[in-house]
Unconditional design. Structure first.
Length: 655
């Protein structure tokens, strides 16, 4: 009886200790946790800590969460707890500069009215109850930033969104990004071919993202001069720019301005594009040769980069379940992106569409002097003049190949794949241009048609023929990589509230480039840390190898067909008159032979596809076994082993 009472008492004591420990952990250790995630996603980065304490003025954060209405919703409760703990970490890291207020806006209270007035999005649970889960930040200069709703699906972006909000409050005067674009990336109006009425278009997501942190000033296509207030110049698909605008861009860079150029040999997203081989108005070709060539740089005209190693898989045909490697659409991974450049150092993936190839363009050599006194003519001197240093930031694999842009008119990925021949070197798709360079207008500003002489004289003052300091320009040989379809899906969760779902880091790269140009390294480090998609790389590699095998055998079958047809044609030529339409025994034998070979080859193709499916299913089964079966078994065995160990220790002490 006494022993039983002792056991019961011990159990009760353990229960009390367990409850007490949880209460202490809940209130005393709220912000303490072990971050075992890859990359430490749940720990504030150094950049976030720097941003938290960077403000010269106090910042107030008001966290609205309907705790009672969220009770019982496990995912929401867990995320709400994480948001609060993260906000508390920012407050601690700020050294007292950030003050956090937590508000529970219960229905029909002043707190609910306050949340609504602050711009927090209420999620209706019933006809009379709304759940609030958002944040409002304010500074002493009446600046205000709002996160209307914390979407649990965007949990990976939590730290970046919070750091961006605090950064904006700490830097209330937004820096200006000047935009020159040949297509409507900033939104506008386009003609609907069905109704023949103008319809409004939204800004591309990348421009919308830039506007969240910076002021974007659309300079148009007829720019006389780029004002010094422009912190960074963003040039996207330059087309039909007169020499006055090109001169303004040139002089902005010559005088030390930072710039991002997106120049495309074939812009699929140009709605007015015509033949990609015609560098004229109405084509899909960007026009920037005059400036780039003066710097000793070119994007190969009429060519695009193809690569089987980084090719994205696309449907072989509309509504088809079969996929094919589209060598013109490239999905670059970490190994294809520079780890030395701060802009791409932490970028995981970037997708490109019919990108061009960046390379050095030697300056024209000077003609050799004539020979004198019968002596042999001296060799021509090397090209003279400063040229930009091209530092690759994004490249294809070593199998990258240059293909004619005219082939894109066929629009069939299978045909392009068949024509693709692997190369032997990496091709540069994006690069940083640095160094002292010549102006594209050494004689000064040219006259522009229709311009008044006084205007020409006004904007031609103080020309710079040689850059005052090493230039800093990021050149990307693609415009399509900025389009939503290549990196993000937009989902409208509430009327007027759109949540972007990223599957590549294209937008992050652009924003990181702007940050880098402005010297905002703290926000850059937080943004670059964010993950996009986490693809099944082993499955993708299996799919790629199977497609290569399938394609190789398909090409072999087609060659056999061509050879057989050639032999039949040779025999036909030798037969006169109507006999040419009747197969001889020799011809029939050739046809039968090919049909047998074709049947065997098709059988091999089916086997390749079947083996691929079996390998993927086998890999899936193994992963399920490890996650569902093996790990719980190992945990159980560990617990049982620990229990036996403790019992044996007790017995040893008792003895």
């Amino acid at each position: 009886m006494g022993r039983t009472s002792t056991v019961i008492g011990s159990i009760l004591l353990l229960v009390v200790a367990f409850v007490a420990l949880n209460m202490v952990a809940n209130f005393g250790l709220r912000g303490a946790r072990i971050d075992a995630t890859q990359g430490g996603l749940y720990t504030l980065t150094k950049g976030s800590r720097n941003i938290a304490k960077s403000s010269d003025e106090p910042i107030k954060l008001t966290y609205y969460y309907s705790a009672k209405l969220g009770a019982g919703q496990a995912q929401l409760q867990t995320y709400a707890q994480r948001v609060r703990e993260t906000l508390e970490e920012y407050a601690r890291a700020s050294g007292g500069k950030i003050k956090l207020e937590v508000v529970d806006p219960e229905p029909f209270t002043e707190a609910e009215d306050r949340a609504t007035a602050d711009g927090i999005q209420g999620i209706p649970l019933t006809q009379s109850e709304n759940l609030y889960f958002g944040l409002v930040g304010s500074n002493s200069a009446d600046g205000k930033e709002v996160i209307p709703f914390f979407d649990p699906r965007q949990e990976k972006l939590l730290e970046y969104n919070l750091s961006k909000l605090i950064y904006s409050l700490s830097n209330p005067k937004k820096k200006i990004v000047g935009l020159i674009a040949g297509i409507q990336v900033d939104g506008g109006f386009t003609m609907d071919p069905r109704t023949r009425q103008p319809t409004q278009t939204k800004p591309w997501r990348v421009i919308a993202d830039i506007k969240e942190t910076f002021e974007v000033k659309n300079l148009g296509k007829d720019v006389k001069e780029i004002a010094p207030e422009i912190s960074v110049l963003l040039v996207i698909h330059p087309k039909e720019l007169n020499d006055g605008t090109l001169y303004a861009i040139d002089q902005y860079v010559m005088k030390g301005g930072k710039a991002l150029f997106f120049v495309d040999p074939n812009c699929d997203n140009d709605p007015e594009g015509g033949n990609p081989m015609q560098g004229q108005p109405g084509s899909k070709v960007s026009e920037m040769e005059k400036i780039l060539n003066a710097w000793g740089v070119e994007i190969m005209p009429g060519k695009f980069a193809a690569d089987i190693e980084t090719a994205l898989s696309v449907p072989a045909a509309q509504n088809s379940r079969e996929t094919v490697q589209a060598v013109q659409y490239l999905g670059l991974k970490e190994e294809n992106l520079s780890r030395e450049d701060p802009v791409t150092a932490s970028i995981k993936t970037m997708n490109f569409g019919t990108a061009g190839v960046i390379r050095a363009k030697p300056l024209a050599a000077v003609a050799p002097p004539p020979a004198t006194d019968g002596a042999a003519a001296p060799p021509p001197p090397a090209a003279t003049g400063p040229t930009a240093t091209i530092t690759p930031m994004a490249q294809t694999s070593a199998k990258g190949s240059v293909m004619d842009a005219a082939m894109l008119m066929m629009g069939d990925p299978k045909t392009l794949l068949k024509s693709y021949v692997p190369g032997t070197e990496k091709l540069t798709l994006a690069a940083r241009l640095t160094g002292i360079v010549n102006s594209a207008f050494p004689a000064g500003r040219p006259a522009v048609e229709g311009e008044k002489p006084e205007d020409t004289a006004k904007y031609a003052k103080d020309p710079v023929a040689l850059s005052k300091e090493p230039i800093n320009v990021l050149l990307v040989a693609d415009v399509d990589c900025l389009a939503n379809m290549f990196w993000v899906r937009e989902q409208e969760v509430f009327p007027g509230m759109v949540i972007p779902q990223k599957f590549a880091n294209n937008g992050d790269m652009v924003l990181s480039a702007v940050d880098n140009m402005l010297g905002s390294t703290d926000l850059l480090s937080v943004r670059a840390r964010q993950e996009s998609s986490r693809p099944f790389t082993r499955v993708e590699d299996m799919q790629k190898r199977a497609n290569e095998n399938y394609q190789a055998q398909q090409q072999m079958l087609e060659k056999e067909l061509e050879e057989t047809q050639r032999k039949i044609n040779e025999l036909q030529v030798k037969k006169p008159g109507l006999d040419a339409f009747v197969l001889t025994p020799q011809q029939q034998e050739e046809v039968n032979k090919f049909q047998k070979q074709a049947g065997e080859t098709r059988k091999k193709l089916r086997l390749v596809k079947s083996n691929l499916r079996k390998d993927i299913e086998k890999l899936g089964t193994q992963l399920k076994f490890i996650n569902i079966g093996l790990l719980p078994v190992l945990v159980t065995l560990g617990a049982v082993g620990l229990g036996f160990y403790r019992v044996s220790r007790r017995r040893v002490k008792t003895d």
